[in-house]
Design a protein around this ligand. Structure first.
Ligand code: PHE
Length: 452
């Protein structure tokens, strides 16, 4: 198949795929969510199970999604349509990319609100508001933000505006330049912050908490959270990687590229943990503080740094950009599809979809403020969307996509796509996907639903 067949273009070098997929994977999930999920799930036990989940579930499913994307080089919906027209798949499978796109769309509605918090904190860092914060005032600052819907709406709107602008450009041009600089910069800044945090904070207790393994901490909830977070963090189950796979050069080994993406994703999450936990222990913040961990404990350290406002501004700027490179990948599936199917520009497609996300996002941000009302099952708007997408949609789509690749797609087609020199490697991956990843996802998901 010619390299230039894809309407949206091809990444200019194989490495750009790694940067773009890494940019999608590395986001709020690593820096904001990972530390608090780890805190709520007993530290070391979660980390251990999480690493296992990345290897046994996340990586094989990621490889499956990217390979499927590269088979036809079209948007995910047309890819499945094309395969079914060629009698390679049943036409009902087209439901899967649709569900994947809807999941990404729904996740973006609250992802954008939280990215908006990062922007609000960027502004506070620049304005020097972190100076001499203690735990009480840092908590007060966060609560004030959650109780001002107007401010949250402003940042949410600005973030969605940036998402629309970026995704409206060709992903193979605008985005690729951005991520190439961004990912390495983010890692360097995190390394610097982690070293500082370990110097001024309680490094011993943090390392003990992160890496200490004890069987008593290993509960079913820990496993459930680890599987869910591994999928979320690698951006699988939402069609983002499926869409990006289509722009990948045929010369690149998918398995190698995906392994690098998983490694970078884990590295960034660990670094974020090493920034947060030494402080959490030094300032005696509750490790189970939940979502407020990054927005309460980080400003304290940043306020205490000699170059605090500067470092703070850089950190939150990078967090915003990391969130942006993830957010755009959530809309990519539908934007590419609308662009290819209806011949409208990417910008028009992005504006329509982004506008709808923006609108639903307003309900989400209201659920943090005074309007916090329980809509269903005792959950507010944010909790409903978060739980519905991460506990139901995300695993279901990941399972369906994996079943599609493992059981429905012709084996020789897959093998050609994966260009592994050794048949044994392919066989290994195929078996892990079929007999480990899929059963584990099904088991954990169903058990989670029935509340084992
Ligand atoms: N992986 C991203 C993160 O860790 C979130 C994401 C999910 C991005 C799905 C794209 C698609 O923040």
């Amino acid at each position: 198949m010619p390299e230039n067949r894809c309407l949206q273009g091809i990444w200019s070098s194989p490495w750009i795929f790694i940067f773009a997929a890494g940019g999608s994977a590395v986001g709020l999930g690593n820096i904001w969510k990972f530390p608090y999920v780890l805190g709520e799930n007993g530290g070391g036990a979660f980390l251990m199970v999480y690493c296992l989940c990345l290897l046994a579930v996340g990586l094989p499913v990621l490889i499956a999604e990217v390979s499927l994307g590269r088979t036809v080089r079209s948007n995910p919906i047309d890819t499945v349509n094309d395969l079914s027209e060629r009698n390679l798949l049943h036409s009902r499978w087209v439901l899967v990319p649709w569900l994947a796109g809807i999941t990404g769309f729904l996740i973006l509605t609250f992802y954008s609100v939280i990215s908006g918090w990062s922007m609000a904190y960027l502004e506070r860092a620049v304005a020097g508001k972190f100076a001499s914060l203690d735990q009480g005032s840092a908590q007060g600052m966060f609560d004030a933000l959650l109780n001002s819907p107007g401010e949250m709406l402003f940042w949410h709107s600005l973030f969605m505006f940036l998402v629309i602008l970026t995704v409206g450009q060709s992903v193979t041009r605008g985005l690729s330049t951005l991520v190439r600089i961004l990912l390495p910069a983010l890692i360097i800044i995190l390394l610097f912050l982690a070293s500082y945090s370990m110097l001024v904070g309680n490094a011993g207790e943090a390392i003990d908490f992160l890496f200490r393994w004890s069987w008593e901490d290993l509960t079913f909830d820990v496993v459930l959270s680890a599987v869910g977070h591994a999928l979320f963090s690698l951006s699988v189950g939402m069609g983002a990687m499926f869409a990006y796979g289509a722009y990948m050069s045929k010369r690149m080994s998918i398995a190698r590229a995906c392994a690098i993406v998983v490694g970078v994703d884990l590295l960034v999450a660990l670094l974020a943990g090493l920034v947060i936990f030494p402080l959490v222990f030094a300032f005696q913040i509750d490790v189970e503080a939940g979502p407020s961990l990054t927005f309460v404990s980080l400003p304290i350290i940043l306020g205490a740094l000699p170059a605090g406002p500067f470092v703070g501004a850089i950190f939150f700027l990078l967090l915003v950009i990391a969130a942006l490179t993830s957010a755009i990948s959530m809309l990519e599936l539908f934007v590419a599809w609308m662009h290819e199917k209806y011949y409208i520009s990417r910008l028009q497609a992005a504006t329509m979809l982004g506008g709808a996300v923006w609108f639903i996002g307003i309900a989400v941000l209201m659920s943090f403020a005074d309007w916090d009302s329980k809509l269903m099952f005792g959950l507010n708007g944010f909790e409903l969307l978060d739980k519905f997408t991460t506990l139901i949609m995300l695993p279901v789509v990941a399972i369906l996509l994996s079943v599609l690749v493992a059981w429905a797609l012709p084996r020789d087609m897959l093998q050609k796509e994966l260009i592994t020199q050794q048949v044994a490697h392919f066989q290994w991956w195929h078996n892990v996907l079929k007999y480990i990843s899929i059963p584990v996802m099904v088991l954990i998901t169903v058990a989670g639903w029935i509340g084992v």
